[in-house]
Design a protein around this ligand. Structure first.
Ligand code: ADP
Ligand code: MG
Length: 346
């Protein structure tokens, strides 16, 4: 080849977040009503008397789900829920969705209807309207993309970037269950492939498997925030894992943080199964992902009332950036928290 050879960068060298940053850095907003573009759980658009909040996600067969153990109805339900979760993470209320789907000829109409039964169940439960989408054939496999549109207002909208030193770090629900649920489903798949006909008994693991196959978004928490007039100073939904999502809050708020290992809520089934898999439960909570819980910070003045709110756990505190992001372990050691995004480029 003549001339200067163009340098090729491998996607894995940048990582998911690095790639997004590189692709979008040349774009500046042209419309003054675009108040938040790339970089949060959802984009925010100013409509004068209210805000519109928009988020999109893409689910690909073989990458994000495996149809060997994912019922189609659950897949439809989950595709909607993961998007609504991003709208709630802005402290806003989802109202509409659009759904785009690409299917290969391997799927029957009845199979696609099953996916839509799940989408409808989520629309009914979360009170959102399906208002459009797109349909295409695909060469191989199933692709599903959902866009959620929500409504918010300037007094309540919550970004990843709003935390201050001394703010208290809180988490809803419990962490690590969806990840352990996935490990069980993967193990059962391997057993089934080697010994077809063996039916697993998953009764004891129903909670953690449910967390993987049928997650819920924390609509109840956002309703509680609104009812009690509590406005978190920053918020993100835990989709990539506590470590990665905490790092996003820290980066965007220009701060460090510490969390107490004893303050990280982990369900007893998660604890038990993690140990059976020879994993440390706290590692599952930190790196697992797909929990769809809300990680948020509050001003210390709100601590007395948040302490009494159901299903919210106090985990730690925001500190200066130079103090880093650390886990204060049960043994009393400070352990730096590091993480990468959920990378699918290997
Ligand atoms: P989340 O985990 O909350 O869904 P992501 O990590 O997927 O958020 O995305 C982070 C931010 O990057 C979001 O603001 C999202 O809209 C934006 N983003 C992701 N991929 C692209 C892309 N290909 N082009 C433009 N923006 C993107
Ligand atoms: Mg999110």
């Amino acid at each position: 080849m003549h001339g200067k050879e163009q340098k090729k960068t491998e996607i894995k060298d940048l990582g998911e977040f690095g790639l997004i940053e590189r692709l979008t850095k040349g774009f500046t907003s042209k419309n003054p009503n675009t108040i938040k573009g790339v970089g949060d759980d959802a984009a925010v658009i100013d409509n004068g008397d209210h805000l519109t909040v928009v988020s999109t996600d893409l689910l690909i067969e073989g990458i994000h789900f495996d149809l060997m153990y994912t019922p189609l109805k659950h897949l439809g339900y989950k595709a909607v829920v993961v998007n609504l979760s991003d709208i709630y993470a802005m402290n806003a209320i989802p109202q509409q969705i659009t759904v785009s789907i690409a299917v290969s000829s391997r799927f029957s109409v009845e199979a696609i209807e099953e996916i839509y039964a799940g989408i409808q169940a989520a629309c009914d439960f979360y009170q959102v309207d399906l208002v459009g989408g797109d349909t295409s054939s695909s060469g191989k496999g199933l692709l599903l993309s959902v866009t959620a549109i929500g409504r918010g207002n300037l007094d309540w909208i919550t970004y990843r970037s709003g935390a201050s030193v001394g703010d208290i770090l809180c988490i809803t629900g419990d962490l690590g269950a969806a990840y352990i649920g996935l490990q069980i489903l993967e193990r059962e798949k391997q057993i089934f492939l080697s010994q077809p006909g063996v039916q697993p008994d998953l009764e004891e693991q129903s909670y953690i498997i449910g967390r993987q196959l049928k997650p819920e978004a924390r609509r109840d928490m956002v309703a509680l925030f609104h009812k009690t007039n509590l406005v978190p100073t920053s918020m993100i939904d835990v989709s990539d894992g506590l470590a990665s999502d905490l790092i996003q809050i820290c980066k965007q708020s220009g701060l460090g943080a510490y969390i107490e290992e004893t303050g990280v809520p982990i369900h007893p089934q998660t604890q038990m199964m993690a140990i059976k898999f020879n994993m440390d439960p706290i590692t599952c909570a930190l790196s697992g992902g797909e929990d769809y819980e809300l990680l948020f910070t509050i001003s210390p003045k709100d601590l007395p009332r948040v302490r009494l709110m159901p299903d919210i756990y106090i985990m730690g505190e925001m500190v200066k950036e130079k103090e880093g992001i650390n886990l204060h372990t049960k043994e009393g050691k400070m352990h730096p928290i590091t993480a990468q995004g959920w990378l699918h480029f290997e």
